[in-house]
Design a protein around this ligand. Structure first.
Ligand code: HEM
Length: 566
């Protein structure tokens, strides 16, 4: 497959630091004036020479012309991806490389299939630009840009001081010493190192199972923290937890019924709080730990990636209640912090809460709501890793939900999981997502909604939410939904009430095929040979079953739907 693992000697003046300096010099590295605009595959293909080379990775087109002499794998290797979507090639060689930040200043724009050439489309100024997150740098890109600027700002004065004597001194000065003193005083990423497990290709075990290979990972450090990145594969939808045990950092990652464990015995002492973040699109799990004392490590320390084992039973963990914020007249958002360390629940999966209520064990399922759904003013409370946020409704008849809403901050309860059969890979080519929910059944939809709208390849075109409730005041997260819809015309929430007040002007009644057809449109529910739509349903069992039957009657196939069942 042409995957030589040879790093090339770079010409003097072409180190990573030189690249960062060039990026901060103000030079236009995009070649198109820095204005982000869509690029068609045809336009991309036209930029394939060393003097004018573009490539696309995960739906973003970068001008790599200036980066070519800085590429550690050599110009020829990088040119193999020129003029095309190089995502697969890139992932085959080095999925751990942070291309997004390295090429942040080279971003031309999103790769848009089925669109006229950018020149045709954007020849004239766009009178009303559509909201598109690619028009603005993402938060991550902005952060990286800031770090790069900081780094460059730190370095420039030193360089000037030396160059006052002779320009040659710059080359002979020991950059690592200069860097060392600068870096120790700041929290900047200073080194990236690859420590792969075995090949990403799945290996067949002797028992004939499709056993995944041990986890591949790399790490990055600043003087005060260490971040491990573990790679599970695109849309693998990992669940993960991390903890410090006897001085070692332990990360457990579960995908598709398999558990893989990575243990690191760090070079120096690590401390909490640990943080965990999962990038759903790439399947990357990032675990960050704090260094007990600021220093730059030469190496991370011995690391062991154990072979995969089958998940036999869900884990039960004690969790501390960190925050409690009302989100409606009868529902609150509880933030739980697992005591051993942060936990990430796969998208569309749920956990169970176990409590003793009046001497009896009560169990109830909840789908964590993910980030971005806290009520205004509450922030994303919850300590390490943001915690697990559950929307808990207080039912009049009591039971577990009622009990949970009577807990106090710092109380400890038991959570088990994750559970669920939702496969994120089913959304691979989906451009229209239909979300059909009733009451608290909306919780699995929240993270899916944010995930789908944020995707750039394929870029989603439409997300409909059909949200059934009794009364207007029961509509959970309505302000958030309306806010998202206002900012992004691809999202359309429709609220349907079964007990509307006389002043309600929206839809009323229960779920029917007529209503589904009216709101979603006939074409969005009928399956063709290659469908780009998907429907998710969640609510009381009768509601969900009725919804599935109706969508089936409207022509939607089973593999284009997922019914969440607690
Ligand atoms: C898509 C076409 C590309 C090919 C065929 C390619 C090939 C290679 C090869 C063969 C190596 C040396 C082997 C190794 O160290 O693992 C390498 C290293 C590297 N490449 Fe690329 N590359 C490509 C794109 C890119 C892009 C877009 C970037 C980011 C801007 C990039 C950044 C790097 C970096 C930072 C290294 C050093 C990796 C390390 O030390 O682990 N490459 N590349």
């Amino acid at each position: 497959m042409g995957n030589p693992r040879n790093k090339c000697a770079l010409q003097p003046g072409h180190s990573l630091m030189d690249w960062i300096r060039l990026g901060n010099s103000g030079k236009d590295l995009t070649g198109v004036g820095g204005r982000i605009r869509p690029v068609s595959p045809r336009e991309l293909a036209a930029h394939h020479t060393k003097n004018d080379a573009w490539l696309a990775i995960r739906g973003r087109v970068y001008n790599i012309t200036h980066y070519l002499p800085f590429h550690p794998g050599g110009q020829e290797e990088l040119m193999r991806g020129a003029g095309m979507d190089a995502t697969q090639l890139f992932d085959k060689v080095h999925p751990w490389v942070n291309y997004d930040s390295l090429l942040a200043k080279c971003l031309v724009g999103p790769l848009c299939a089925d669109r006229p050439d950018a020149d045709e489309l954007f020849g004239a100024p766009d009178p009303a630009p559509k909201p598109d997150r690619l028009r603005e740098p993402s938060k991550a890109q902005e952060l990286v840009r800031k770090s790069m600027e900081n780094l460059a700002n730190c370095i420039t004065p030193v360089r000037k001081k030396i160059s006052a004597k002779s320009e040659d001194n710059v080359k002979t000065a020991n950059p690592s010493k200069i860097m060392q003193s600068l870096i120790m005083s700041s929290d900047l990423p200073v080194s990236i190192s690859r420590r792969a497990g075995s090949s990403p290709v799945r290996s067949k075990s002797t028992s004939g199972d499709d056993t995944p290979s041990p986890l591949r990972f790399d790490w990055i450090q600043t003087s005060v923290k260490l971040t491990l990145s573990l790679y599970t594969g695109a849309l693998a939808n990992p669940g993960a937890c991390a903890r410090l045990a006897g001085g070692a950092l332990l990360v457990e990652v579960a995908t598709n019924g398999w558990l893989r464990v990575l243990t690191v015995e760090p070079e120096a002492k690590l401390k909490g709080p640990l943080q965990i973040k999962v990038y759903a699109e790439s399947g990357k799990v990032e675990v960050t730990a704090q260094k007990a004392s600021p220093s730059i490590w030469k190496d991370i320390g011995p690391a062991t990636a154990l072979p995969a084992t089958r998940v036999t039973a869900p884990r039960a963990l004690p969790c501390r209640l960190r925050a409690f914020a009302p989100v409606s007249h009868d529902t609150a958002l509880l933030t739980l912090e697992p005591e051993p360390g942060p936990v990430a629940v796969p998208l569309g999966h749920h956990v169970k809460i176990h409590c003793l209520v009046n001497g009896e064990e009560c169990v109830r399922s909840y789908t964590p709501v993910g980030e971005g759904w806290s009520p205004p003013g509450e922030g994303e409370a919850g300590g390490a890793g943001g915690g697990i946020r559950l929307a808990v409704k207080r039912y009049a008849e009591g039971g577990l939900s009622h009990h949970l809403t009577t807990l106090a901050v710092d109380d400890v309860i038991t959570m088990s999981g994750p559970y669920g059969g939702f496969q994120l890979q089913k959304l691979r080519g989906v451009t229209t997502l239909q979300l059909v929910a009733a009451g608290t059944g909306v919780t699995p939809m929240l993270a899916l909604l944010r995930f789908t709208l944020a995707r750039s390849n394929p870029r989603c075109e439409k997300v409909n939410l059909l949200f059934f409730n009794k009364k207007e005041e029961d509509i959970l997260f309505r302000e958030k939904f309306d806010e998202i819809a206002k900012a992004d015309s691809r999202f359309k929430p429709t609220y349907i009430l079964s007990e509307p007040s006389p002043s309600w002007t929206g839809h009323s009644g229960r779920i029917t095929t007529d209503l589904i057809t009216e709101v979603l449109g006939k074409d969005s529910t009928k399956c063709e040979d290659s469908c780009e739509h998907f429907a998710c349903l969640c609510g009381p069992t009768e509601f969900t079953n009725a919804g599935v039957q109706m969508l089936t009657a409207l022509g939607m196939r089973e593999n284009c739907m997922h019914a969440f069942m607690g």
